[in-house]
Design a protein around this ligand. Sequence first.
Ligand code: GMT
Length: 372
Amino acid sequence: MNIGVTCYPTVGGSGAVAAELGKQLARRGHTVHFISYRLPFRLGDFHENIFFHAVDVSSYPLFEYPPHDLTLAAKMAEVAREHRLDVFHVHYAIPHAIAGHLAKQMLGSAAPKLITTLHGTDITLVGQDRSFFEITRFGIAQSDGVTAVSEFLRRMTLEEFQIKNGIETIHNFVDVSEYCPTRAYKDSSSFAKPGEKILLHVSNFRPVKRVLDTIRILDRVNREAPAVLLMVGEGPERASAQALARRLGLQDRVRFLGTQEGIEEIAGMAHVFLLPSELESFGLSALEAMACGVPVVGSDAGGLPEVVKHTETGYLLPVGDVEGMAARTVELLKDEELRREMGHAGRRRAAALFSADRVVSQYERFYEKVLG
Ligand code: GMT
């Protein structure tokens, strides 16, 4: 198939899923054309069967806000025409589903089918904003096929948007051959002193991630088990997290590593992965940690329970229950056997339910179904 993919190229779960899916599809012999204003992250190296088409966002003086969505639609139509695309697969509803719909209108009967994958905040946050609600709903309704990354997100979309067309759940996936315990960075001495355990958090540091809770958890954990916290990512809450770490006297125990392409080497060093989000439609970073054999302690929210099996591959507690999350983390840090068992169970679960092999085939079948 010739597949056009549009996603946010910036660091984030939806961009990561789009890039990883594109790579897997290309390996299976499909031709994948990424159409975006920048090369998506995780797509840095050369990949056979993958092409990139940059969308220009021109800055004519009249435009206080350059009309990116229109140039995106025009580029999608151009690429579809030149490369005979069968499918536009857009990730994140706004504005990509609308741009895809516009591109289809421009192409007429020769247009590819439009498939939209909903990722989370496009429905749970952006889509709930009154100024985006109707246009999000329209984008979903105009798509020839819609997928959601969790059952939670599928149900929420159907309920909140009163959607008539079906939505299929296709969970996120992880390449378990890349994300595995053996890929761990071997020398953890530059992060932790002997005897110190390593906690890990990975996110875009948006308020929905409750990043400050990770610092508070570390504070409580440290009273019982010496630990450091590695923070991977960038975002608006980073400064507050740094300030809180200083206020609690933890500045030497929290390491901000900034944005990283993949977390497989770092995750493999960690003892516990923390994800105390307010809401998480799936929690890709938690899945990647599980694949690396790391137990997850996080919130019982959104689609996270579909990924992390409470008491088997980690612990899920009510949102904001810092005390509970810290207690479970201490339990894992003190009981090496339990931690190892949960780590193995997490890896097994990732491989059995969320492997790239399994999930990419689901996408292929979905494309075929939509193409009729
Ligand atoms: O986490 C974010 O806010 C970014 C967002 C994205 O689209 O990049 O992440 C969402 O999509 C990821 C990939 O499908 C999911 O794993 C995340 O759970 C989801 N984030 C939220 O629901 C908050």
